[in-house]
Design a protein around this ligand. Structure first.
Ligand code: HEM
Length: 393
């Protein structure tokens, strides 16, 4: 079997890791707040009709808005205009990639193009690439005209419209000769694809679990009231650090429903595992949801119990791997944690949630991500500061 060394990945990862430092991520809290508020307004309208509705897609549009703005610095307004050619291509593409994975005869490009949906696939790739390259090159032109990224950001700050994006940091690397323009396009596309479905799935499962466990939901709301107070104000970076119980609930959500169903690797040398040799070239697949429910490492693994992330310590450093582990783990982990905490706090500050089905009635689909197979049916009700009573049917 062919062995691949990560020659392209390693220097890129080294270059991009500082981009996800807290000092930079702080700037995105405003983006989470703004798109989180739009999502809240949608759920508030739903609360008025008092019906259960599948919210899966609604949440995905919100996480797309967040990641596209963070990556590119411009809003794609997915929540307000959900039918642009770019968005249609994003959703078609995910479906085609997954369908292709299930059909080994389509792994060959020739067969895929001849008798599979190769033509539509290539058209979608073209739409996606054209959309991101247009935004990237437009920003580069502005950077060049201002005389560099720093100068452009200073100019925008003075005009009161500074909005830093991952793209700006990468254009700065480009001007120093560290990252070619094609590299920027590749990384922006990777961030947008890795960064919206994963966060959407987790947000969906979190809201389902809140809606199915009202006593835990009210504990989260008590904490939100304590941290944010009664006033309607944006959530700050400091607030996020204080939402400890919400964070524990989110971690427990990812234990039960880790967004990424499989982590795959290829051995680049012979490895000994429990007295057996895995020869170099072997493909190895790890399944986080199985690790997360292994009774050797987790007491009552099927029970949703956020307290285990408050009091307990991990029984094994690799017993909890929703963001993978090691040098190739998720680069967006902190971004995702901050985004989730901010948007979920915005929603639960103003609304109560109830799930139509109990958790044991939910069916799980493990596709590119782990999602509720038949959607995520929730209903909402307005809540006031200090109200911790659950929704009564
Ligand atoms: C709840 C949300 C998320 C989860 C559960 C998650 C999970 C993961 C996992 C398990 C991997 C590793 C796959 C492997 O080891 O093969 C990964 C990789 C990656 N993730 Fe995330 N992710 C999340 C959010 C994000 C976000 C928001 C971004 C971007 C801002 C992002 C960007 C990436 C990138 C670029 C990689 C590839 C890293 C590399 O190969 O160096 N992820 N993610």
């Amino acid at each position: 079997m062919r062995k691949k060394k990560p020659d392209k990945w390693r220097p890129r990862r080294k270059l991009l890791t500082p981009t996800f430092h807290y000092d930079i991520l702080k700037d995105f809290v405003e983006v989470y707040n703004r798109h989180g508020k739009t999502l809240l307004s949608k759920f508030e309208s739903q609360a008025e009709n008092g019906k259960y509705e599948d919210v899966f897609h609604t949440i995905t549009l919100c996480t797309l808005d967040v990641i596209c703005e963070a990556a590119l610095g411009t809003s794609i307004n997915a929540q307000k205009d959900p039918h642009s050619p770019y968005l249609d291509a994003v959703f078609r593409m995910k479906d085609m990639v997954f369908q292709r994975l299930l059909r080994p005869h389509f792994f060959s490009d020739t067969i895929f193009n001849l008798i599979g949906p190769g033509k539509e696939h290539n058209e979608c790739v073209k739409i996606l690439h054209e959309f991101t390259s247009k935004a990237i090159y437009a920003r580069k032109a502005k950077v060049d005209a201002a005389g560099g990224v720093e100068a452009l950001l200073a100019q925008e700050t003075a005009e009161g419209r500074r909005r830093m994006a991952f793209l700006d940091l990468m254009l700065d690397m480009n001007s120093k000769g560290e990252l070619p323009m094609e590299g920027i396009c590749e990384e922006v596309d990777t961030f947008t694809f890795e960064g919206h479905d994963t966060t959407s799935a987790a947000m969906n499962w979190f809201l389902h679990l809140m809606g199915a466990n009202p006593h835990i939901q009210s504990k989260v709301q008590k904490e939100i009231d304590e941290v944010l107070g009664e006033a309607d104000r944006p959530i700050t970076y400091e607030d996020l650090g204080r939402l400890k119980y919400l964070e524990a609930c989110f971690k427990e959500t990812l234990r039960l429903y880790p967004s990424v169903p499989l982590i795959a690797r290829q051995c680049v040398e012979d490895i000994q595992v429990r007295g057996h040799t895995l020869p170099s070239g072997t493909a190895v697949v790890m399944v986080p949801s199985m690790v997360h429910k292994d009774p050797r490492y987790w007491d009552d693994p099927e029970i949703f119990n956020p307290e285990r992330f408050i009091s307990g310590e991990l029984k094994h450093p690799y017993a909890y791997i929703p963001f993978s582990a090691g040098s190739r783990n998720c680069i967006g982990m902190r971004f995702a944690m901050m985004e989730e905490k901010c948007i979920l706090a915005i929603i639960l500050k103003s609304l109560k949630v109830k799930a139509k089905l109990r958790t044991d009635q939910m069916r799980v689909a493990a596709e590119l991500i782990i999602r509720p197979m038949f959607g995520n049916e929730l209903k909402f009700e307005k809540r006031e500061f200090g109200d911790y009573t659950p929704i009564i049917d």
